[in-house]
Ligand binder design. Structure first.
Ligand code: CTP
Length: 404
């Protein structure tokens, strides 16, 4: 399920170099299955043409409040009435100030003022020079806009078009999309602190070789994303994976099972829910050597002296916080066969109220999966679907259990 599918956005552009990113944003929204009506300020047309935005949105662009194309000549009323949200990206410092004062001297500001506040949320992606952003006037305006009910997305830090470096850049289109998805997700985990492990661990044997497994981390990252969208404060402890950190999520990168154990246990007391999706290597070599192990001339094989890694999930479920009911623990099981039977046994062994089982070889590296939920009352199958959709369902399952 794509959260933005069939949503209708009025995309407002105001003057700023970040207008070039609005073109990409418009394209991405259309790709998500949303429809987009572009409205531009005069200033925005200095940076990008209405022709470009019309071609990308597939609709004529509106700039002037005197545009005669609307039958009743009331574009400022008509355009917002059919919108699920107005998204201003980029929102310049001037436009933010204008919104704050309820000024309405062009079509875009007029339309924002005339929108039905309860039905049509206004989401703002500011973009400006770092000094303009840091100026007390802008900060005051942003705070007041939030208090007035606008949803203000963060700004990014980095190189600015003016050559300076700092806060104030507009978020990248994919990050704005993520902000929109979160906006349309029920906040069932609002204020909850989620701790999630994900990906494989890598247990070094020597500087070039190690023991690891085929976990891609995609399921754990999807769960982290879904939790953030649902309003949680998310910390993701991840092994070596080739995945971008989900927007809004705090990521801690680790390599070995011992590091994952240390980082996880250090955060148990400041978490409300723990989800263990990581494929922790069961064994590591007792002693890692500093130099590459060479093949022996007599062809004798190296002996690997293995020891068991600490069981992170088990240790967390045994912690005082979990035992006192302040930390809700969810385990995963990656099996290759007999899923239901092994999952029921694993739930008992790990001492978790909820265990989520999947067939590892069937899903490693893919964007889809199917999950079997096992709790005290029995099992429930979530059929083959995208890991994002499954995560959304899982988040709802977790939320309903912790709110009891
Ligand atoms: N787990 C963990 N620490 C470990 C091993 C596993 O935290 N050292 C967690 C996993 O993140 C998962 C659950 O325990 O949530 C089950 O992991 P799985 O690999 O399916 O099972 P194991 O406990 O390793 O048992 P086995 O390999 O015998 O199936």
């Amino acid at each position: 399920m794509k959260q933005l599918k069939n949503k209708h956005f009025v995309l407002g552009l105001t003057g700023g170099i970040a207008c070039y990113k609005a073109a990409e944003l418009c394209r991405a929204l259309i790709k998500e299955g949303a429809s987009v009506q572009v409205v531009m300020s005069e200033g925005a047309t200095q940076f990008i043409t209405p022709v470009t935005m019309q071609a990308l949105s597939g609709r004529p662009v509106f700039v002037s409040q005197w545009d005669p194309r609307e039958g009743n000549n009331m574009a400022h009323i008509n355009l917002s009435r059919e919108a699920d949200a107005i998204l201003i990206a980029p929102a310049s410092a001037e436009f933010v100030a204008k919104l704050l004062h309820g000024r309405a001297d062009d079509l875009l500001s007029l339309m924002c003022l005339a929108r039905p506040i309860e039905q049509v949320p206004m989401i703002i992606a500011p973009a400006m020079n770092k000094e303009m952003w840091a100026n007390p006037a802008t900060q005051r305006n942003i705070e007041q806009l939030k208090a007035d009910g606008a949803f203000v997305l963060d700004v990014a830090a980095g190189d600015q078009a003016c050559g300076e470096v700092g806060d104030g850049r507009m978020l990248e289109p994919e990050q704005i999309l993520e902000g929109l998805r979160a906006h349309f997700t029920a906040k069932v985990l609002n204020g909850r602190r989620l701790l999630i492990t994900a990906g494989p661990t890598y247990e070094a044997i020597d500087p070039v070789r190690g023991i690891t497994n085929l976990s891609s981390g995609k399921m754990g990252f999807a769960i982290a994303r879904a939790c953030w969208r649902a309003g949680a404060d998310v910390t993701l402890i991840s092994g070596l994976v080739a995945l971008e950190t989900p927007f809004g999520v705090k990521r801690i990168s680790v390599t070995s099972g011992q590091q994952m154990y240390d980082e996880t246990l250090a955060r148990v007391d400041s978490s409300d829910v723990f989800v263990a999706t990581a494929a922790v290597a069961d064994w590591r070599v007792r002693t890692t050597v500093d130099q590459k192990i060479k093949k022996a001339r007599d062809k004798s094989l190296p002996k690997l002296d293995l020891v068991e890694n600490p069981d992170i999930l088990k240790s967390v479920t045994m912690s005082t916080r979990a035992q006192s009911g302040k930390l809700y623990c969810v385990g995963f099981a990656a099996e290759s066969e007999n899923l239901e039977q092994l999952a029921i046994a694993k739930r008992q062994a790990k001492g978790v109220p909820l265990l989520v089982a999947n067939l590892g070889p069937q899903t490693f590296g893919l964007d889809e999966n199917s999950l079997l939920l096992v709790d005290e009352s029995g099992t429930r199958q979530l059929g083959w679907a995208s890991k994002d959709d499954l995560s959304l369902e899982l988040v709802n399952e977790i939320a309903s259990r912790i709110s009891k």
